[in-house]
Write a protein that binds this ligand. Sequence first.
Ligand SMILES: Nc1ncnc2c1ncn2[C@@H]1O[C@H](COP(=O)(O)OP(=O)(O)O)[C@@H](O)[C@H]1O
Ligand SMILES: [Mg+2]
Length: 581
Amino acid sequence: MKASQFFVSTLKEAPADAEVASHKLMMRAGMIKRLGTGIYNYMPMGLRVIRKVEAIVREEMNRAGAVELTMPVVQPAELWQESGRFQGMGPELLRLKDRHERDYVLQPTSEEAITDIARQELRSYKQLPRNFYQIQTKFRDERRPRFGIMRGREFTMKDAYSFDRDLASAVRSYHVMRDAYRAIFDRFGLKYRAVAADSGAIGGDTSEEFQVIADTGEDAIVYCPSSDYAANMEAAEGVALIAARGAAGAALAKTPTPGKSTCADVAAFLGLPLERTVKSLVLATDQVTPEGDIAKTSVWLLLLRGDHDMNEVKVGKIAGLKDGFRFATAAEIDEHFGCKPGYLGPIGLRKPVRVVADRTVANMSDFVCGANEPDFHFTNANWVRDLPEPDVVADIRNVVAGDPSPDGKGVLAIDRGIEVGHVFVLGTKYSKAMNATFLDETGKPQPFEMGCYGIGVTRIAAAAIEQNHDARGIVWPVALAPFTVVLCPIGYDRNAEVKAAADKLHDELLAAGVDVMLDDRGERPGAMFADWELIGVPQRVVISDRGLKEGQLEVQGRREDKASTVALADVVADLQVRLAA
Ligand SMILES: Nc1ncnc2c1ncn2[C@@H]1O[C@H](COP(=O)(O)OP(=O)(O)O)[C@@H](O)[C@H]1O
Ligand SMILES: [Mg+2]
């Protein structure tokens, strides 16, 4: 490719709304162009990267036995009413009407459409297992689109869906995909981690996210450096930090803590470690009648150690809280505790509440908690002696770095990650709702066991940059680079020898299968080099009159701070070695 026939458009400055490196650099390198909020043009330079991501994904999906098809971006609402998502999904699902006032949606994923295909096409167990995938535009009306194509509203996803005769077979299909994902992410050349994710209703070891490690990642990922334990914060298990409850010491004492309404302030005021305090969170659940009226409200008290934070996903798994919960209102808190937040605790309640203690709290003794009286806390509180055993003991906190790993093989560390892929077993949620069945060996209809597998194709381009950039621009891994070699002739427009050598090398590299770019724009060297460093091409070859006189060129890797002199005759082989490294 020659620059004059392509489209190179770089910017000195990033637009003001670009916050993270990938967004800034993709805009400056002319890879994307904003059309609206969360909606971007993929410009020629950026599209080449996206095509490379797609090609790797497609090759490995095909290798793993998945079959490609394409489903429409605009889908009739009927299917979505069948699954319940038309009514149930929030405003992320963009709904629209056609000229006949019929309802449609823009696909955020395609479970409904694929289940509709399966129920028509897959009639017998003999046709299973099956895995269909597409690489297609998605639309999600994200609440907070940001970071360019990292969290766009329109984006490209590879989404695959497996259909199996039973759960055991579905888990096998899931493992095939998980292995394919490892192959895909290995080929990208990015540092990533596969982490256990919340597997929702199905439970078990059946949901994993693929996370690209980067400081700006939105997800906290937990791992154990001395074992293979890795999980998203949502799913990372918090063990009890105290093995067994100690004996009660001094008597319970109501202690003045004037104006100290946070655990940290109370601990500092009392001269005690924060780990001796317990914080109280008040939740409420509503039982709703079929008419939508609230029949009954229950109030819950969650107890966490003062230095710990609540994990909403874990709380949502507790019996009674599964169907949704909210924070209690000021009136509900007053009714049950007779006190305002800041001084709440489990002792001396006005009205009974359901008490849920975190595993660590359940083993604490001589702890500090609110006294349900403004400006007072209890010290030396002890289970059984001063308050009844909690109704529920559960893991309801976020783990913190340094916690013991739940596999007992070391301590946990926390990294930031960007979720670029997600694999999970869906079960029969969609097949049952949409009556999608096949006939088993006995001729009986059975619902499909499904799995679904996403890869954020466009997000990967952004994630790769978050992980690989420097002050001069992007540093693409070879597998994703828009071009892997750029030829920078000095004086292409005025020196016939330089032009001839550059053209010849360009053709040789093309013939050798190298994605080469020849910058024939006749730019000054400084500006030319800066452009390609910004764009992030992995290898640069400088062709100059002076070098040619000695039969030599200069080759420099994007991460190297010095060029190497290479004989003209060896340069193709040299570049091939460099690109394979
Ligand atoms: N708004 C978005 N912009 C870009 N990529 C996205 C967006 N939302 C999801 N993706 C990508 O699609 C993949 C599959 O989506 P899914 O797991 O359904 O998303 P989420 O976890 O955000 O609900 C994600 O792992 C991510 O890589
Ligand atoms: Mg996900």
